[in-house]
Design a protein around this ligand. Structure first.
Ligand code: NAP
Length: 291
């Protein structure tokens, strides 16, 4: 079994982006500028946004963090988004999810200029992705494709089972895996909470991409020998023996599957670090994608 080292690959990608940024600056252009809107004080969101801002600094991007209070009216948030849309100095921005309950996520998503939507969640970009046109690819699925590519994992003609059908991971990765090309060209089955007998599908999979958020869901009895496993899940599990009071767990029971799988992404250190690297890559590519 080989470990797919997402941390190492993400560092490599960041180094590549940093070199490109140096090239941009040496030609007298300004570096890419990524902005993030954070609403409220959710602990996990603060951590994610903090590490996005740190990564920008690391690779020479400009970054702006817009912090808004938990009770901001939806109209004010939409106004802030319009300001970022209109600000020519900003190449791309994200609105960190989840948002407080009183804010309509769909309205927010639609308010973002697709040319600056580096998360790739706007319907225009999602549609372009589905049509295999050049556009922003949502960062987590983009990161998975990049890991498969860099580890030269053969996906062509393979049976890929995706567990989960969310808009940010399951659905887009299922589209990308069956799009023409390599990585891609897979025969894809998507399973979800209403699927009857998931094992029947996972046992026949050459590649399993799990994005459901249930710790240790996938075990050795559910897979065949030699399967490639991409574990997207990130769950905080209470652990009083740990200084933080919790540990991070993936969807896959690593100890159980490790003797059967050919490749596996660990949690943490697999897909997670790739997500930030690909967000930066999308920001770098934003000038190229402008329509
Ligand atoms: P989500 O929106 O909650 O979607 C979960 C999906 O799993 C849904 O499609 C759901 O089915 C399905 N599901 C739930 N219970 C199931 C079951 N018992 N059997 C089969 N399918 C089941 O979650 P998400 O945003 O896609 O995230 C999934 C996991 O990935 C979470 O742990 C999240 O923290 C993690 N994540 C990691 C990264 C990263 O950078 N590594 C990025 C994003 C998300 P229904 O559609 O039928 O409800």
């Amino acid at each position: 079994m080989k470990i797919i080292d997402g941390k190492a690959v993400s560092n490599l990608i960041k180094d590549e982006i940093k070199a490109e940024v140096e090239g941009i600056i040496s030609k007298g252009h300004k570096p890419p500028h990524l902005a993030a809107i954070l609403v409220g004080e959710d602990g996990a969101s603060l951590t994610y946004v903090g590490s996005k801002v740190r990564s920008c600094k690391q690779i020479g991007f400009n970054s702006t963090l817009v912090k808004l209070s938990e009770d901001i009216p939806e109209s004010e948030l939409l106004k802030k988004i319009q300001e970022l849309n209109d600000n020519d100095d900003i190449d791309g921005f994200i609105v960190q999810l989840p948002l407080p309950r009183h804010i309509n996520e769909e309205k927010v998503l639609l308010a973002i200029d697709p040319n600056k939507d580096v998360d790739g969640f706007h319907p225009t970009n999602f549609g372009k992705m589905a049509l295999n046109m050049k556009t922003f690819i949502p960062a987590t699925p983009y990161g998975i494709m990049e890991l498969l590519k860099r580890y030269e994992i053969d996906t062509v003609g393979k049976h890929t089972v995706v567990i989960g059908r969310s808009h940010i991971v399951g659905r887009p990765i299922s589209i990308l895996m069956n799009t023409k090309g390599s990585p891609g060209d897979s025969t894809v089955t998507v399973v979800h909470s209403r699927t009857i007998n998931i094992e029947e599908f996972t046992k026949n999979a050459d590649i399993i991409i799990s994005a459901l958020g249930i710790p240790d869901f996938l075990n050795a009895n559910m897979i065949k020998e030699g399967v490639v496993i991409i574990d997207v899940g990130i769950s905080r599990v209470k652990d009083d023996n740990h200084p933080k009071g919790y540990v991070i767990k993936g969807d896959v029971d690593f100890e159980s599957v490790k003797s059967k799988a050919s490749y596996i992404t660990p949690v943490p250190g697999g897909v997670g670090p790739m997500t930030i690297a690909m967000l930066l890559k999308n920001t770098l590519q934003s000038r190229e994608f402008k329509s």
